[in-house]
Design a protein around this ligand. Structure first.
Ligand code: TEU
Ligand code: CA
Length: 550
C-alpha cells in the first residue's frame, strides 16, 4: 500500500495539458506522452480533472455520461493505455468524480424533464413560493438564482452551479447506489484514487430563504453528509485499502473535516479546504480587489494544521488548482524575484503536515496570463461575473481588473512546454490563449537548468520521501504573529525540521531563537543562508529548510 502521507499528487487539467492531434484541446494521449516528465518530478499520483462525456459548459464538471470518455479527450483505449503506462512508471491515477450535480444533458435529467417520475426524483424539483418567486432565495455559485423554472412542470430545479448543472438528490437512495456504481466501474479499471467534487454540498438541509447570505449555510456540510460519505466508502472504495480519496470541501468547517478526513472515520483520506485562499476576498465575496492578508493566511493555515493534527485528521495542502489564480502572481512576485518567490511558496506548502498537490505548470512558476479583453476568457463563472459586475455599476475597466486577478482562467492557460509557437502545447489554435511569457518560462528550459523552479519542486518531492519528519511530524508554528515570516517546526522521532520563509521582498534580520549551528540545510532558494548566532539575515523571498537529528 502506498502511504499517502509520503506521496505527492500532480493535478492535470487535460484540456490545457498537451494536445496531440492539433485540435487545440489537450487530450489523454497528451498526458501519456508527458508521463516521463511527470515521472521526473517524482510524484506518486496524477489527479485528472473530468474527461467524461460532457457538453463542456463547465469544462467537464458537467457530466453527461460517467461511463464514457468525451471524444475530444480520446477513447477508452487511450485511457487504458494511459493507465498502463502510468503504472509502468509507478504512477497512479486519481479520477475526479462530480456527484453533486450532472449535466442537464445527462440521460437521468433528460428523462426527468420528460416527466419520468423515477428520474425526477434523482434531482431536486420544487414549487415556487408564488408565481415568479423561486422556492428559496439561494444564489448559484456562478451568479444569479440557484433555481431554474421549468414552465411545463410549473416547478423549479436546483442548480448550485451553472443552470446546465442540476443538483442530484442524494436523499434518494437510488442516486446513492448509482454513484457508487460509477466509482466501482472506474475501480475495475484499476483506478486507485478519487477526488470528489464539492462533495460536502450533497446533503441538502432545509429549503428556506437565507436572510443572512446566499443560502450556503443550508446545504454546506448538510445533515446527512457523514452518513452519505460513510455509505459511499462502504459501497465502493472502502473495500480497497490501496485507494486514496480526497474531498473538495466548499466553505466547510474544521469540525466537519475532523470527521471527513479522520483516520478512523471511514469517510475520506483527506480534504481540500479553501479558507486560506479567501485572504484576498472581502468576506465570501471573491469579485473585489483587495491585497492579500498575510496574517490571516498564516492564522488560517496554522489553525488547520494544528487542529487537524490534534484530531488525527489529514489535510491536502495546496496553493493552486484549476479554479485558483497562479500562486506566484497571487502571493509572490512576477518580477525579478519570480524564481525566489515561486520556490519560497513551494517550500511553505511542501513542508506542511499533509499531502501536497502540485497543479500543472506550478512547478514551472507559471503566472496569470494578464488577459485584457472578454474575448480571451472562456470560463462560465468569469463570463457571468463580468456581466454581473457591470450590472452592479462597475465600469468595464474595473471589471477587467477584477477578472484578471480572480478569474479561474488564470490557471487554465496551456502548459508552457517549449519556447516554440503556442508554447509547444498544440500545432493548432489553442482553445484558450497561451500566456505570453512562454519564451522564458517553459519546461524545456527548466528541466535542463539545475537551479530551476522545476528542479526545486523535484527536490521537495524527494525530501518528503527521504525524511519521515516531513510526512509524519507534528506541526509547531514559530513566531506565528510575525508580519513577514512564515516559519514552523516539525518533529518526529528525534528528527526536527525547521522551515523559515520570508514571504516578502523586504530583507530582514530575524531572531529565530535557535542555535543554527546544530542544524544542516536541506534546501534553500539562495546559495548560502546567512546568519550570525540566532539572527538570520533573510533576503527577498528567502526560504530555508533546516534539519537536525537528536
Ligand atoms: O469547484 C467548486 C467551487 O465552488 C469553487 O471552486 C468555484 O469554482 C469557484 O471558486 C467559485 O468562485 C468545483 C470544481 O473544482 C470547479 O471547477 C467546478 O466548476 C465546480 O466544482 C462545479 O462542479
Ligand atoms: Ca487534442
Amino acid at each position: 500500500m502506498k502511504d499517502f502521507r509520503k506521496c505527492t499528487v500532480y493535478q492535470i487539467y487535460p484540456k490545457s495539458f498537451y494536445d496531440t492531434n492539433g485540435d487545440g484541446l489537450g487530450d489523454l494521449q497528451g498526458v501519456t506522452r508527458k508521463l516521463d516528465y511527470i515521472k521526473t518530478l517524482g510524484v506518486d499520483y496524477i489527479w485528472l480533472t473530468p474527461f467524461f462525456v460532457s457538453p463542456q459548459k463547465d469544462n467537464g464538471y458537467d457530466v453527461e455520461d460517467y461511463y464514457n470518455i468525451d471524444p475530444r479527450y480520446g477513447t477508452m483505449e487511450d485511457f487504458e493505455t494511459l493507465a498502463r503506462e502510468a503504472d509502468k512508471r509507478g504512477i497512479r491515477l486519481m479520477l475526479d468524480m462530480v456527484f453533486n450535480h450532472t449535466s442537464s444533458r445527462n440521460q437521468w435529467f433528460v428523462k426527468a424533464l420528460a416527466g419520468d417520475e423515477k428520474y425526477k426524483n434523482y434531482y431536486i424539483f420544487k414549487k415556487g413560493q408564488a408565481p415568479g418567486v423561486p422556492p428559496t432565495n439561494w444564489e448559484s455559485k456562478f451568479g444569479g438564482s440557484a433555481w431554474e423554472y421549468v414552465p411545463e412542470m410549473d416547478e423549479y430545479y436546483l442548480h448550485l452551479f451553472d443552470v446546465s448543472q442540476p443538483d442530484l438528490n442524494w436523499d434518494n437512495e437510488e442516486v446513492r447506489r448509482e454513484v457508487a456504481k460509477v466509482v466501482r466501474f472506474w475501480m475495475d479499471k484499476g483506478v486507485k484514487g478519487f477526488r470528489f467534487d464539492v462533495v460536502n454540498l450533497i446533503s441538502k438541509g432545509e429549503f428556506k430563504d437565507d436572510d443572512q447570505g446566499d443560502g450556503r449555510r443550508f446545504y454546506t456540510d448538510g445533515p446527512n453528509i457523514h452518513k452519505y460519505l460513510k455509505e459511499l466508502n462502504e459501497l465502493s472504495f472502502g473495500n480497497d485499502t490501496d485507494i486514496i480519496t480526497v474531498g473538495e470541501m466548499s466553505s466547510t468547517s474544521m469540525e466537519n473535516c475532523f470527521q471527513y478526513a479522520g483516520a478512523d472515520s471511514h469517510e475520506l483520506s483527506m480534504v481540500f479546504s479553501f479558507h486560506h485562499l479567501k485572504v484576498d476576498f472581502m468576506g465570501n465575496e471573491k469579485w473585489v480587489l483587495v491585497p492579500f492578508d498575510f496574517k490571516k493566511l498564516k492564522d488560517i493555515l496554522f489553525d488547520w494544521q494544528v487542529n487537524m493534527a490534534a484530531h488525527n485528521a489529514w489535510n491536502a495542502v495546496f496553493w493552486c488548482n484549476h479554479d485558483q489564480p497562479r500562486v506566484v502572481s497571487r502571493f509572490g512576485d512576477e518580477g525579478i524575484y519570480w524564481k525566489e518567490s515561486a520556490k519560497m511558496l513551494a517550500t511553505v506548502i511542501h513542508c506542511l503536515r499533509g499531502t501536497p498537490y502540485i497543479y500543472q505548470g506550478e512547478e514551472l512558476g507559471m503566472t496569470n496570463p494578464g488577459f485584457t479583453d472578454i474575448s480571451q476568457y472562456r470560463d462560465v463563472e468569469s463570463l457571468n461575473h463580468f456581466k454581473i459586475l457591470q450590472e452592479k455599476g462597475l465600469n468595464e475597466q474595473c471589471a477587467y481588473d477584477i477578472l484578471s486577478v480572480h478569474s479561474r482562467d488564470n490557471s487554465r492557460t496551456p502548459v508552457q512546454w517549449t519556447d516554440e509557437e503556442n508554447a509547444g502545447f498544440t500545432t493548432g489554435t489553442p482553445w484558450i490563449q497561451v500566456t505570453k511569457n512562454y519564451k522564458t518560462i517553459n519546461a524545456r528550459q527548466q528541466t535542463q537548468d539545475p537551479d530551476s523552479i522545476f528542479n526545486y519542486y523535484r527536490s521537495l518531492v524527494a525530501l518528503r520521501k527521504k525524511y519521515d519528519v516531513i510526512a509524519y511530524g507534528d506541526i509547531v508554528p514559530v513566531d506565528p504573529h510575525h508580519p513577514q515570516i512564515f516559519a514552523y517546526e516539525r518533529n518526529y522521532n528525534g528528527q526536527q525540521l525547521f522551515v523559515v520563509n520570508n514571504f516578502y521582498k523586504k530583507e530582514i534580520d530575524w531572531n529565530c531563537g535557535k542555535d543554527l549551528n546544530e542544524y544542516q540545510v536541506l534546501l534553500s532558494n539562495y546559495p548560502q543562508p546567512e546568519h550570525r548566532e540566532q539572527i538570520m539575515h533573510l533576503r527577498p523571498y528567502e526560504s530555508v529548510i533546516y534539519f537536525r537529528q537528536k
